[in-house]
Design a protein around this ligand. Structure first.
Ligand SMILES: Cc1ncc(COP(=O)(O)O)c(C=O)c1O
Length: 332
């Protein structure tokens, strides 16, 4: 894809590391596991939203906007990073918080919620799960316009086609690193939430004709619905990027066996994964996204979907600030 045609801000110095995880691979006794360190992107504490915001904030600036509005859960990494981008660009930022689990938003909370406050959020509105979030952000934008602002609304997770270009760029970056390091892949694994990461990677791999299977580990939605959503978004990304949008539905592969009781609610497998990555490789995961994604990877090793002799890439999407908000979920 010819991504340099799009306006873009640069928030990460160079490329994120692509590293082997030999101790984790040995502990699991299966394939050779590598990691793409997108927990080390730029902006406060890093994570996957930084790549999406490079395109989204550039678009906002080009349109002359002075206020970003977005939405996320009470411990949203996406809200933290949107606010960080706004602070860096001298823009204001207002957040809509969807209380997906009732009673979980506290304005004196630690983790990402503390960082909302530290980075000078311009306003937080809290609504219950099931609220029409797009409509509510539309109302917030109207109210901001009445105050004289020129708002720019970023959807949940930054997962529209423009934001997802960030993960098509990540796929290109990882393929280039793999070429330089003589690494051929049997499989990639990533988190699948609002979907921009999974769909962007899928689009990038498809446009490059890479032939690498990608599995998204759902953190919330049921498999069939998520697979359809990812396939459609990946095709939108391909079209926007100027590539052939002939991605077959079958390329969108989701596992939903790690969601457990629901979004952000702990599972034993998540706790085991968070501890294993920390103890064997000093890699910090989070309980809501990457802990469940790593649990999905471990389940794929144990059920034989990923085999000894294969090489697998785990795309680390960040989130470690949320660890500090859920200590009881990750202690043994
Ligand atoms: C740390 C982390 N990993 C993964 C995801 C999921 O990525 P996406 O929303 O692009 O599916 C998120 C989303 O908020 C996240 O914060």
């Amino acid at each position: 894809m010819h991504l340099a045609r799009f306006p873009r801000r640069h928030y990460t110095e160079g490329r994120t590391p692509l590293e082997p995880l030999p101790r984790l691979s040995a502990a699991l006794g299966g394939p050779e596991i590598w990691i793409k360190r997108d927990d080390l992107t730029g902006l406060a504490a890093g994570g996957n939203k930084t790549r999406k915001l490079e395109f989204l904030v550039a678009d906002a600036l080009q349109r002359g906007s002075d206020l970003l509005i977005t939405v996320g859960a009470p411990q949203s990494n996406h809200c933290r990073l949107t606010l960080a981008a706004a602070a860096k660009e001298g823009l204001r930022c207002r957040l809509l918080i969807e209380e997906r689990v009732p009673g979980t938003y506290h304005d004196d909370a630690v983790g990402n919620a503390l960082l909302f406050d530290l980075m000078g959020v311009d306003g937080v509105e809290v609504v219950p799960a099931g609220t029409d979030l797009a409509a509510k952000m539309g109302e917030m934008a109207d109210a901001a316009r009445a105050e004289g602002f020129d708002p720019y609304v970023i959807p949940g997770g930054g997962s529209n086609a423009l934001g997802s270009l960030g993960y098509a760029a990540c796929a290109e970056e990882a393929l280039q690193q793999s070429f330089e390091m003589d690494l051929a892949w049997d499989h990639w694994v990533c988190a699948s939430g609002s979907g921009g990461t999974h769909a962007g990677l899928l689009a990038g791999l498809h446009a490059a004709n890479a032939g690498i299977p990608l599995t998204g580990i759902s953190v919330r939605a049921e498999r069939a619905a998520q697979e359809t959503k990812i396939a459609n978004l990946a095709r939108e990304v391909l079209t926007l990027g100027g590539a052939r949008a002939d991605l077959p539905d079958a390329a969108s592969v989701v596992r939903d066996d790690q969601v457990g009781p629901g979004y952000s609610l702990p599972t034993e497998a998540m706790g085991e994964a968070v501890r294993l990555f920390a103890r064997e490789e000093a890699i910090l995961l989070d309980p809501v996204y990457t802990g469940k994604t790593a649990a999905g990877l471990i389940a794929m090793v144990r059920d034989g979907s990923l085999k000894a002799g294969e090489r697998v890439l785990f795309v680390h999407t960040g989130g470690s600030p949320a660890l500090h908000a859920y200590p009881e979920q990750v202690r043994a």
